[in-house]
Write a protein that binds this ligand. Structure first.
Ligand code: CU
Ligand code: ZN
Length: 170
């Protein structure tokens, strides 16, 4: 019994600073399918210098590329997720490829699903932040049905929204 109490005390002492650290630098979105779709997964965001490291794991997609963005409203309540509004764009930029200079802050690399409908993504993006200017917390992550052409304004013509999740501090 004594050993068990000591174990709990040590565990608590370690857990408190770790969770405080995590709240400062990380955020997570749990993606849920919109009506009639099956896409689901998780996206984590971790501050990395002046960029944010994004790690996404999504299942239930059709094979191939899918537009993947942060949208301006953290509201996935509509059956088609149109409640999440347009792309997160605090800088007033055109829609574009995040690898180029001019793009919405919410424009992310496409999710490319394999033959089993699974997609993973690892990317470091800017301008994007967890807290402060360009804060993504409280916005929504959207996965689209089709590929993002990175040209059509202001959406990339990536079709309907197949999954949505609100970004929360983790
Ligand atoms: Cu989108
Ligand atoms: Zn965009």
């Amino acid at each position: 019994m004594k050993l068990r109490i000591i174990g709990i005390a040590v565990g608590a002492a370690l857990a408190i600073p770790l969770s405080a650290w995590g709240q400062e630098i990380g955020a997570t979105a749990t993606l849920r399918p919109t009506a009639g779709n099956s896409a689901a997964g998780t996206v984590t965001f971790t501050r990395k210098g002046d960029k944010v490291a994004v790690v996404a794991n999504v299942t239930g997609l059709s094979p191939g590329p899918h537009g993947f963005h942060i949208h301006e409203k953290g509201d996935c309540s509509a059956a088609d997720a149109m409640s999440a509004g347009g792309h997160f764009n605090p800088g007033g930029k055109p829609h574009g490829d995040p690898a180029t200079a001019d793009h919405h802050a919410g424009d992310m690399p496409q999710l490319v699903a394999d033959a089993n409908g699974q997609a993973t993504l690892n990317a470091e993006l800017s301008p994007m932040a967890i807290g402060g200017a360009d804060d993504i917390v409280g916005k929504a992550v959207i996965v689209h049905k089709d590929a993002d052409d990175y040209k059509t304004q202001p959406t990339g013509n990536s079709g309907t929204r197949v999954a949505c999740g609100v970004i929360a501090k983790s």
